[in-house]
Design a protein around this ligand. Structure first.
Ligand SMILES: [Zn+2]
Ligand SMILES: [Zn+2]
Length: 420
């Protein structure tokens, strides 16, 4: 199946297109759009696909775009990129930094930044599609490009599926996706099996009884209740999850009260959970429910807390066989030094929904975006944790060779199925 020469001839056009792709990348970066508002990005992607000769369908799952390039008999390969940005104020200081603000789903004005790298994902996919379209003699089959909205809210893949993705488009033989990560630029990391964690977010409202700050005996203080809950939640990972298992429990928001001498009557906690195993996930979620209810009870809360799920991401599991096909192709094309093995990342993705729900093997991998010298120096000085990660206001992948690498991986992986 794998044939390095097909990818080689498709990629002959990469050098000539890289300046244009870099311009596209900085343009998308400086025009970030929040989840389910990706109208400009979708238009840009659709126009690029049409120019390359794809049949294009827009508005799939709100702002999603699907492009098909039918090129004779052969397998169908689906390539997926996500398009949305985050409510983060950019602090990269780059010439092409975002100054955009937008209105979020709650009606609040917020700064917007491509802090997760979905701008480079869009550019990679546009670049790979154009190169594949320009070298149709080198491969056979159907290439299906999917630009997905709202990865960051776990809503986009499902929205496309609910809008008939599986009925309206051909069922692929394999589904491929990739994400830029804080690894050295030029590096590619993957593994068979679990590649990203399950993610679960909750909002918890804890109820007390408000009173004057000088009369605590008249109150049931939700501030103390919430504070105690936050501390006790930390013991789930340290005391209830086995040392060889992994989990993350992060309280990312804690809100109560408005004034120093008023005891409020409720507190809100927002928390995020990452797990890599269904059994561990169940145990952690049960522990959260138990602790939250018990702490409310310990305070004498007038009513039980309200626990509302905010979003859920399934584990992303890479198909064993398809991963081997792709890793072999990567090793052959990039050489062993650039293709590394990675454990599952404690990041979550809704990419997995496409393969799981369609019954199609899927593979997801990571591409480094950190300047290799910066990375090597940080590693030497034990300062790797200081490199801005995805979602950080200073997250800034270097354009080269990150851009080239992600276009190459998509072409190499596609040709592992489609080589003529
Ligand atoms: Zn993200
Ligand atoms: Zn992301």
């Amino acid at each position: 199946m794998s044939d390095g020469t097909a990818a080689g001839s498709v990629l002959r056009g990469l050098g000539a297109s890289i300046t244009d792709l870099a311009t596209l990348y900085t343009d998308v970066h400086s025009h970030p759009e929040l989840s389910m508002q990706e109208r400009r990005t979708a238009r840009v992607a659709a126009a690029r696909l049409r120019a390359a000769g794809f049949e294009v369908t827009e508005g799939v799952g709100n702002t999603g775009v699907v492009g098909l390039l039918r090129n004779g008999e052969g397998p169908t390969v689906m390539l997926r990129a996500d398009m949305d940005a985050l409510p983060v104020k950019e602090e990269t200081g780059l010439a092409y930094a975002s100054t955009v603000t937008a209105t979020d789903a709650q009606g609040n004005e917020t700064p917007v930044m491509h802090a997760c790298g979905h701008d480079i994902h869009v550019t990679w996919l546009v670049g790979a599609c154009a190169l594949m379209a320009g070298a149709r003699d080198s491969w056979k089959g159907t290439l299906m490009a999917v630009f997905q909205p709202a990865e960051e809210t776990a809503a986009g893949a499902q929205a496309m599926i609910d809008d008939g993705l599986f009925e309206r488009f051909p069922r692929p033989d394999v589904i491929l996706g990739q994400h830029v990560m804080p690894l050295p630029a030029g590096m590619i990391a993957s593994q068979a099996g679990v590649i990203t964690s399950a993610g679960d977010s909750f909002q918890i409202r804890m109820f007390g009884r408000g009173a004057h700050g000088s009369m605590p005996q008249a109150s049931i203080d939700p501030v103390v209740m919430a504070a105690s809950t936050v501390l006790r939640l930390q013991t789930i990972v340290s005391r209830e999850v086995g040392p060889t298992d992994a989990a993350v429990v992060t309280v990312g928001a804690l809100q109560a009260g408005t004034k120093e001498n008023v005891i409020p009557d409720e507190a809100t906690i927002k928390l995020n959970v990452r797990t890599f195993d269904e059994g561990v996930r169940n145990r952690v979620l049960e522990a959260i429910t138990r602790i939250v209810n018990a702490e409310a009870q310990a305070s004498g809360a007038p009513r039980p807390p309200e626990i509302t799920p905010l979003d859920h991401y399934d584990l992303v599991r890479n198909d064993e066989h398809a991963t081997k096909v792709i890793r072999d192709a990567f090793h052959a094309h990039f050489g062993d030094a650039r293709v590394i093995h990675t454990g599952p990342a404690s990041a979550s993705e809704d990419f997995g929904s496409f393969g799981t729900e369609w019954g199609v093997p899927s593979v997801f991998w990571f591409i480094g975006g950190v300047d290799p010298d910066t990375y090597a120096r940080a590693e030497q000085d034990g300062r790797l944790s200081e490199i801005p990660t995805n979602h950080n206001p200073k997250f800034a992948p270097v354009i080269h060779p990150t851009l080239e690498t992600g276009v190459e991986t998509l072409v190499v992986a596609s040709c592992a199925w489609l080589a003529a």
